[in-house]
Design a binder for this molecule. Structure first.
Ligand code: AVJ
Length: 329
């Protein structure tokens, strides 16, 4: 984790500590049933695997949202520019910012007055963006923030009091169960002022086979992506997981729209994490991740329930994904 400080990293703020990672892992693995938090998927190795996943045939959400951002750039930008006053464009979970780069380029070309503040849980991602974006997008004003969403949102508000446009793309909101997502939207609203905006990417309910295939790809990238969290525990918390003794299991329920991932212990086994020992029985699962899918009406209800007014919806051709613009009321 953050030990060296380079010129670019000085612009970023890091709040995620090994200690917090250790606490969360131990709490999850001593709980019954066992669970791990999917936000920890994204170390350097996890970022790489997610890149691979985004490029694999079955994983459609990124492609759909990319289509929306490339084919409807002007319309989306017009909506967020609004009446043209200066704004902060904040991105929660920026990742490699491929999608937002479409918007950033258009905004810069059209002389919009804005600063870009990407927030990401991955330190690796933030230092990458701080270095590469000024090269690919000359003239961009960027301050990367490495940490938890709300800590960094508060940080962003303390840096500037301009109008805020907060992007939450890629169906990252799907990594929360519906009730948690509703609470999350309310908390977002509490951190914003009237007239601020949200741009939220949401994966829609669709043919269950299409959804399941995306989270159970034939090439096994999703499996490696999940197993990487065990390897990260080995690397950073002195664990001795043998990943050959775990399998990946994904499931999608078309009724609830919940897609869930588990790791299944293939044998009775004991795993050491530092000085602690965790026992698994054969077929026991670790709950890893939820990727919630929504109906359009559900999304608007969630916005309104949180104090936002739905302003615009941008769909891909297949209507598999939607980017929503909400205004804080
Ligand atoms: C980055 C949270 C949007 O849930 O679709 C991809 C992560 N997990 N395949 C998603 C993920 C398994 C992804 N998000």
């Amino acid at each position: 984790m953050a030990s060296t400080t380079t010129a670019t990293q000085q612009a970023s703020v890091n709040t995620i500590t090994d200690e917090q990672f250790y606490k969360d892992v131990m709490a999850g693995l001593t709980a019954n049933p066992k669970r791990l938090d999917s936000k920890y998927f994204y170390d350097a190795q996890g970022d790489k695997l997610f890149q691979e996943l985004m490029n694999c045939e079955e994983y459609y959400p990124t492609k759909c949202e990319m289509e929306i951002f490339t084919s409807q750039t002007a319309e989306i930008c017009k909506a967020i520019i609004a009446d043209g006053d200066a704004f902060d464009l904040i991105e929660l979970g920026a990742g490699d910012a491929t999608k937002s780069t479409q918007l950033l380029k258009y905004l810069i070309d059209n002389k919009a007055d804005f600063s870009y503040l990407p927030i990401d849980i991955s330190e690796n991602v933030i230092s990458y963006l701080n270095i590469t974006l000024p090269v690919t997008l000359p003239g961009i004003k960027i301050t990367g923030l490495n940490g938890e969403y709300f800590d960094m949102l508060k940080k962003a508000a303390s840096i500037s009091n301009k109008r805020k446009v907060v992007m939450f793309l890629g169906s990252n909101v799907g990594n929360m169960p519906v009730a948690v997502a509703q609470g999350f939207c309310k908390e977002l609203r509490n951190n914003l002022s009237e007239g601020d905006m949200m741009l939220v990417g949401v994966d829609l309910k669709k043919n269950p086979k299409t959804v399941l295939a995306a989270y159970n790809d034939k090439g096994g990238i999703t499996k490696r992506f999940n197993l990487n969290l065990l390897e990260r525990i080995n690397r950073e918390l002195y664990g001795d997981f043998n990943t050959d003794h775990f399998d990946h299991y994904a499931t999608y329920d078309p009724e609830t729209g919940s897609c869930k991932s588990y790791l299944i212990s293939l044998t009775d086994q004991k795993v050491k994490i530092g000085d602690e020992t965790i026992s698994f029985i054969k077929d026991e699962y670790i709950y890893m991740e939820i990727s919630q899918k929504y109906a359009v009406k559900q999304i608007n209800d969630m916005a309104e329930g949180a104090g936002f007014k739905p302003l615009n919806q941008f769909f891909d051709n297949k209507k598999w994904f939607v980017d929503n613009i909400w205004t804080a009321e």
